[in-house]
Design a protein around this ligand. Structure first.
Ligand code: ZN
Length: 157
C-alpha cells in the first residue's frame, strides 16, 4: 500500500466523468488500498478515485465508523436537508458552506463486488454526496454558497 499524490482543483482529471468498474482485479485492489492509505494520511473523511488521478467509479469514506468502500455508487433516495461547512482534500486550506440532503440511500458494490445498500445521515450523507459528485467530475466549490473561505490548519471549534 502506498500514499498517492492528491490532485488539486484546476487539474483536468477532476472534471471528467469516471468509468464503471466491471471486475475486481489486483490493480483495482491496490488502488482501493492506496486510496484508504491516502485518505487516512491526509485525515480526510472521503476520497474519490479521480482525486488520485484514476477515472474509475470508486470512493472511500470513513466518518469515524470504519472504512467504507463504494464501487459504482448511486444515490437512490434522499431526504431532508443539511447546510454546513464542507472541504475537500483537492482544495487544501479552504472550506465552503454547502447544502446537501440530510439522508441518502446508496446502492453500490463493495470491494468484493457484492451489491450493498447503505443508509447515511448527516456527515456520512454529506460525504457520500461529495464523493459521488467527484465521480461525475463535479466539485463542491460550484455548490458553495458565497464562495470559499480559508481554514487554518489548527483552527479550534
Ligand atoms: Zn472532494
Amino acid at each position: 500500500m502506498a500514499i498517492r499524490k492528491i490532485r488539486e482543483l484546476g487539474e483536468d482529471v477532476l472534471t471528467k466523468s469516471c468509468k464503471e468498474v466491471t471486475k475486481m482485479n489486483l490493480r483495482t485492489k491496490i488502488l482501493i488500498g492506496d486510496m484508504l492509505d491516502t485518505m487516512y494520511d491526509s485525515a480526510g473523511v472521503g476520497l474519490a478515485a479521480p482525486q488520485v488521478g484514476v477515472l474509475k467509479r470508486i470512493a472511500t469514506i470513513d466518518v469515524g465508523e470504519g472504512p467504507v468502500v463504494l464501487i459504482n455508487p448511486v444515490i437512490v433516495e434522499t431526504d431532508g436537508e443539511q447546510t454546513g461547512e464542507e472541504g475537500c482534500l483537492s482544495v487544501p486550506g479552504k472550506a465552503g458552506i454547502v447544502t446537501r440532503p440530510n439522508y441518502v440511500k446508496v446502492r453500490a458494490l463493495n470491494e468484493n463486488m457484492e451489491e450493498i445498500e447503505l443508509e447515511a445521515e448527516e456527515l456520512f450523507a454529506r460525504a457520500c454526496c461529495h464523493e459521488i459528485d467527484h465521480l461525475d467530475g463535479k466539485m463542491y466549490v460550484d455548490l458553495a454558497e458565497g464562495g470559499l473561505h480559508d481554514v487554518k490548519p489548527e483552527e479550534e471549534e
